[in-house]
Design a protein. Sequence first.
Length: 343
Amino acid sequence: MAFGAKKPTTLMDVANKAGVSVSTVSKVLKNSEQFKPDTVKIVREAARELNYNPNILARGVVMGGHTPVISFFVPNIMDPFFAEFVDHVERYLRAEDYLLTLCLFNEDPQIMSGYLKFLMQIRAAGVIFGPCRVDECLEDIRTAQEFMSMVSIQSDIPGISRVDITGEQGSFEIVEYLIRNGHKKIGFVGYGYHMSVMRARLIGYKRALEHNGIPIREEYIAEGQHSYDSCYQLTQKMLQLPDRPTAIQCPTEYIARAVYKAIYDMGLKIPEDISVVGFDNISIATTLYPPLTTMSQPLDDMARIAVDKIIKLIKNEQTREENPETIILEHEFIIRDSVKSLV
């Protein structure tokens, strides 16, 4: 006896069992109202008994349209921010009967380009770009945009609508909060300052210092890789400075987790020895000890707006937009227990 994968049931199999044409089966299963109830019942029962599942990829090719697949480009799934964001996006796409697929490209432009080509081959309906660097893939994105609708969340990509928050202003305000609490020696630990979202938060940090007449010290600004280990090592190096900071701003809570660990591993306490602030307000912010003072992003609203936008583009059969939108949402300041007052 030969063992292997069971051959999928086809429209022809259903038609033969129901005693009707393939065309009739296809139309009935697409909820056409042109057939008698008895015919509909026979076809649906045959499909159910044979466990028929439509091949959505083949259907997209045959009809010359798209498959109900929308891909979310995520640079680093180890970052809990993206895990929470994906959950919001998937829920809204599922409500619209679209399947979410993840393209995990680890910030590698070659992997991103490969995914874009594959999505064109399977006739995916659209792409949502998360916060990431795309400058080395712009030509591939423009090519793919001829076939798929696209929306960005916190990535500044020419010709594509973007959903974002007031990141620079949020960063400015949280550094101002540190300054009002007497901190003048404030560090900044991050990565990827070439990305628009990270660059904005760094600019907000610098602007707050300049606005308050505090010199910007380059040794207080650290840039590493998008990894826990890299941010941990940068923090330890900063804390070993002869004149170390009294506070550290983290542009994400993925970074804040590494910063907390580095501080504790050096025998220091938060906030008694070092104050820490973050950005995002994902679930990790309340599980850190002490709970993290941070800027909150409206992740659910951002996901909903991005999904609404891309669904509208798909339904209108729009790929390239004449007038891409930039939709900016407000941040919210969340004060917890990770900052010590020095005044």
